[in-house]
Design a protein around this ligand. Structure first.
Ligand code: KG4
Ligand code: ZN
Length: 347
């Protein structure tokens, strides 16, 4: 089955074609970063308008690259939510129009299920069951995953998501948007240990997170270190390093706790922040010491992309699911409410 995937939940238009028999055929991404940079974050209305401009030309490009025509596509998968409502409506309207015109089934995919399954596109995919750490701009969640659609929430952020904390820290350090990669790059030049940031909620039981206090701690540190409103270059790098160390350490402690509590030996990290090199190294070392294995996707499939939507949609379509054409986007949509995917009549 060849599935055309469309991702348009935020500021990236992602298109891909996934073939259930041969794997990923082609994927392409158009990032709106340059357009939103001058505003320091995503402007929802501009995002929607740009998706309208990009989706169809990108679909055409991907089909040409994959050497497929309309009659080769068996189904359409698009991001139904969560995300920005206007951006989601563009993907949903185009996906359903194409499906109607080509007379093929269409399915709306949960964006975080897409992230969660993205490591399945790699050469050594994880087997079920596993613990998943979802770390994106909007979500920080620990999930027990027994199969596609079988998700039990173990813990989540009570306030800011990890990616959001990276983005806000970037702003405080005078860096651009999206902040994560820029904070990580600055942190490379920083000295670990000059500043010690807290590891929120690690001194009490449970698997929930809180990152808003860390953000305030960063702001206070920046203010204390400023001379005439300026922070010198090395100090900025040292603050970035202290912030990154604190986030990575907090996530490491909670992931170790989740592995121990669930008795699982596989840890999957997904979402934009899982592209972070220090996080990968710290979790890899932790997993090894727990006799467990860490899995993640290539960096391009950690952040938003069409391939994960084509893949996740394909799994549900293969199990016989599809949506009616009048189904609406879901800007808010809890992951735990998804239906389990039943393959061959067994769970
Ligand atoms: O998954 P994603 O592309 O979009 C959402 O679904 O939110 O995640 C974007 C988030 C942003 O907050 C971005 O700053 C963060 O992921 N991010 C990173 C890195 N690359 C992206 N954070 C830390 N280190 C990175 N290398
Ligand atoms: Zn995402």
């Amino acid at each position: 089955m060849k599935v055309l995937g469309i991702e348009s939940s935020c500021d990236e238009t992602g298109i891909a074609i996934y073939d259930s028999e041969t794997g990923l055929l082609e994927d392409a991404l158009y990032s709106q970063v340059d357009m939103h940079t001058e505003y320091g974050g995503v402007v929802p209305e501009l995002a929607s308008r740009d998706h309208i401009r990009r989706v169809l030309p990108l679909i055409r490009d991907v089909m040409v690259q994959a050497d497929v025509t309309q009659k080769d596509i068996d189904a359409i998968a698009y991001t139904r939510g969560p995300g920005l409502i206007g951006a989601l409506m563009v993907g949903s309207a185009i996906a359903k129009s194409i499906a109607f015109t080509w007379d093929v089934p269409v399915i709306g995919v949960h964006h975080m299920e897409g992230h969660l399954l993205a490591p399945m596109l790699e050469e050594t995919p994880p087997e079920f069951p596993f613990v998943a750490l979802l770390v994106s701009g909007g979500h920080t969640q620990l999930v027990s995953v027994k199969g596609v659609g079988q998700y039990d929430l173990l813990g989540e952020s009570l306030d800011d998501a990890a990616g959001e904390a990276f983005d806000k820290t970037a702003m405080m350090l005078g860096l651009g948007y999206p902040g994560g990669p820029q904070v990580a790059a600055l942190a490379e030049r920083g000295v670990s240990g000059r500043f010690r940031f807290p590891r929120p909620m690690t001194d009490r039981p449970g698997l929930d997170f809180s990152f808003s206090g860390l953000k305030t701690f960063t702001l206070n540190t920046v203010q204390r270190q400023s001379v005439d409103g300026q922070v010198d270059e090395q100090t900025r790098a040292d603050i970035a390093r202290a912030f990154e160390d604190a986030v990575v350490d907090t996530l490491r402690i909670k992931c170790r706790r989740a592995l121990r509590e669930t008795n699982m030996k596989r840890l999957v990290i997904a979402g934009g922040v899982s592209a972070n090199q220090h996080l990968r190294e710290a979790l890899g070392a932790m997993a090894m010491s727990e006799d467990a294995t860490l899995y993640y996707a290539r960096p391009a499939f950690c952040t938003d992309n069409g391939a994960m939507i084509a893949y996740a949609g394909c799994q549900r379509l293969l199990a016989g699911e599809c949506d009616a054409l009048d189904i609406r986007p879901m800007p808010r949509w809890p992951l735990e409410t998804l239906t389990p995917v039943v393959m061959d009549g067994s769970l």
